[in-house]
Design a protein around this ligand. Sequence first.
Ligand SMILES: NC(=O)c1ccc[n+]([C@@H]2O[C@H](COP(=O)([O-])OP(=O)(O)OC[C@H]3O[C@@H](n4cnc5c(N)ncnc54)[C@H](O)[C@@H]3O)[C@@H](O)[C@H]2O)c1
Length: 477
Amino acid sequence: MTTYTALELFIDGRFLSGQGRVTEPVFDPATGRPIADLPHASAADLDAALDAAARAFPAWSATTASERAKVLRRAADLIRARIETIATVMTLEQGKPVAESRGEIAYAADVIEWYAEEGRRTYGRVVPSRVPGVAMTVTHEPVGPVAAFTPWNFPALTPCRKIGGALAAGCTLVLKAAEEVPGTAVEIARAFADAGLPAGVLNLVFGKPAEVSAHLIASPAIRKVSFTGSTAIGKHLMALCAHDLKRTTMELGGHGPVVVFDDVDVEATAELAATAKYRNAGQVCISPTRFFVQEAAYDRFVARFTDVAKGLKLGAGLKAGVQMGPLANPRRIQAMEAIVQDVRDRGGKVETGGARRGNAGWFYAPTVVTGIGDDALVMTEEPFGPVAPIVPFADFDEVVRRANSLPYGLAAYAFSTSARRIADIGAALKAGMVGLNTLAVSNPETPFGGVRDSGHGQEGGVEGLQAYLDVKFTASA
Ligand SMILES: NC(=O)c1ccc[n+]([C@@H]2O[C@H](COP(=O)([O-])OP(=O)(O)OC[C@H]3O[C@@H](n4cnc5c(N)ncnc54)[C@H](O)[C@@H]3O)[C@@H](O)[C@H]2O)c1
């Protein structure tokens, strides 16, 4: 019997159980059955978390960056030491293959460690003065208590990006993690508590998303909001933040174009693309999702991509050898059914998949669709699931126009052996992250974030730390 974890809130340094609180069930997406009850924070709990974050802020922001780094590094080490436990919890609640869970958790620990180090390098600068006798400096100060909202697709990495950046900068945090995947967030909070993080610096709450976000963002204590999720909710939260001009980081949806020119090794590129597309069952904001393949390479690309899709082993993520798990919630199943029905209604072709798999759980077959125009739903709406549209193109200018035609701008990719062409398309693609002859665009050291409807602000890299810092110019005579 595989064990899950005790679900609790974490407020002002204390773990609080569901006793006396409203709860909601958490499901195993591989079976569709409930595995635990999640306590919701009451309004009083949310106020306690806000109060704790506000009270802890003066002392935590005054702690030296190197002292903060020690706590962060200890938390990263504890997360690494507990990787098997946390990976099991994550796979049980989210569904992804346990090898993917392990990889994500190791990466999350690296992110915390990176922020610990980078926090010690927030130097500011001395500016050559125009006014004799007046010294001019630019320094950075933590923005204040932060409210953060994380989704269900990366239950460890996304919270750790926000926790790492905020804490390293000297901010305190109230985190509302996704209700689908609370166990991983609780395990992360335990690692920070065990690492000696002072009470109130990190608080973890759950509840009805709309109610919790409205409550937290309305608090004058909160000075910054960091959200990862859909564009529609991001816009809604920004409107709430406008009231008292809270700073925001918005990491929203994307629909990553992949442009494949006909001079590449077609089969190898198709294998790479398909493997990346179906990772985490396609529930990745930087997934390669709109495949534009030059005409001469098109048929071979579709054939090899489809072979990879057909060969993937589906199943519960804890089973050995499983390459793709279930979708994280039934909403994604409905979304896949709607976009594939739209393909059929338009006379498009389903090369493989196009249906649910199995009698239990939320499995959807790895799917490839062709024969559609750029106005098909699957081409205009982020699939956020295992459905891959592949369409042909003729020339450079045409494909640039089509790849840039959506309001999104998170990740974009291109493959060619021509150095000139790859440089040209890299410059032409409108996105916050561009992969040229690679699909790997996420590292702790590099900025992660989008443009236009994909949001603004970065997590990761120097920029990810600056997101939690205000700038102060001082002139001193
Ligand atoms: N950028 C990402 O990494 C990412 C991750 C997960 C989901 N998404 C987007 O979400 C869509 C599907 O996910 P969904 O069905 O959960 O969509 P959704 O829009 O209902 O929710 C997206 C996320 O926001 C949270 N949320 C919803 N309403 C909220 C509110 N009022 N205040 C604060 N948080 C709120 C949810 O708990 C969830 O984690 C996808 O199509 C994708 O665009 C993006």
